[in-house]
Write a protein that binds this ligand. Sequence first.
Ligand SMILES: C[S@@+](CC[C@H](N)C(=O)[O-])C[C@H]1O[C@@H](n2cnc3c(N)ncnc32)[C@H](O)[C@@H]1O
Length: 443
Amino acid sequence: MSDRSPAGRRPVDRPRRAALEVLTAVRVDGAYANLVLPQVLRKHRLEGRDAGLATELASGAIRMHGLYDPIIDACLTKPRLQPEVRDVLRLGVHQLLAMRVPDHAAISTSVDLVRATVGRGPAGLVNAVLRKVSRQDRGTWIEQVAPAPDTDLRDHLAVAESHPRWVVDELAEALGSDDELGRLLAADNAPPRVTLVARPGLAEVAELEAAGGTRTSRSPYGVVLDGGDPGDIAAVAEGRAGVQDEGSQLVALAMADAPLAGRDERWLDLCAGPGGKAALLASLAFRRGATLVAHERQPHRAALVASAVRAVPPEAVHVLAGDGTRPAWVPGTFDRVLVDAPCSGLGALRRRPESRWRRTPEDVEVLVGLQQVLLDVALESVRPGGVVVYATCSPVLTETVQVVEAVVGRRDDVEEVDRFQLWPHRDGTDAMFAATLRRRALA
Ligand SMILES: C[S@@+](CC[C@H](N)C(=O)[O-])C[C@H]1O[C@@H](n2cnc3c(N)ncnc32)[C@H](O)[C@@H]1O
């Protein structure tokens, strides 16, 4: 499992080379790690344990560089460092402080890697820095490079748990206190286990359990996979089941199961791409004799929705590409509406290693305006007496309760009937928010 290094004598192993390619694509091309990883793994023909190693190296080094960079900087004698060399060092520090790689292996493979990819020049520096890092454990390094927790807990956690400080503040405000903040941020740094959904009427939960999984505690359709590639499971390959966080299943169920008086035939998923919730809703709609319109602004994401719902009988689901701020249907058309709004995604940091470093407070400001418009459109789209679920994969208050309160506050025909906020450290799910609103029936 190794390539000859052109500039050095020793071979470079392919998982580490692959991990470095992911870091480079994320840093230089603005790639998303979860999209580029499968391509790089295929290119290097990595499977099984080697694919797992490359994934852990790349994800861990990207996610944790808020801690690793101050450690690297504390070991430098000159402040300047080429970005390519820093990437190799981040991978090395992750192996030394977060993985069970022996020190000598972490150091020598990093030296080989920098020789093969950057050149011989920085090999000595990589060796010296990683030797210094290896002399202390992670806890001692955190004490050395992070502000003391009793001076400012949030400053401390921003470094120790590697989150931008503004994100720490937003998450703390959403939690309502700093008591659980450390546990939440640590949960953001643990890769989530793969959760499947058995789409009702198309697959049985028992079928997924038989593939090696355990039922989820809250969604009746969820199974946590013990290991392996979900694509190898027939029900997943055929679209009768899918990969879906339990929190997302609970959001879809909040929409499908909200008590409703009167007609219950027309359902709308206003922002459906890539289609995870739409597929669960469409299978439920089919069983109940209803029809789902799965609506999405971006045509290529609408195509992903069509693929996600491919196992649902076509009479139960229509995929529609369009802008939800300019609806193509008359007001009051639907009985149930889900608006799973475009959001900062700060509730799904476990899945997207680079996203905490990409998002800015300004992004949130821009999104809030769109979220309010989409919620208003959803409320206009539902008949009097119908229900709307507003959801985000963000717990940030300006995107969640404040959107709901702003929109409900300027209307006299809507009441909020339910609300929940899930958390990775409490619920084992992404930090999904959902509020169920009912449009008052006409007097
Ligand atoms: C959070 S994602 C939805 C996730 C989806 N419900 C699922 O479970 O797979 C938000 C989606 O809204 C779409 N979107 C953004 N602006 C929109 C608009 N004006 N109208 C409709 N969809 C929009 C985005 O392209 C994105 O696919």
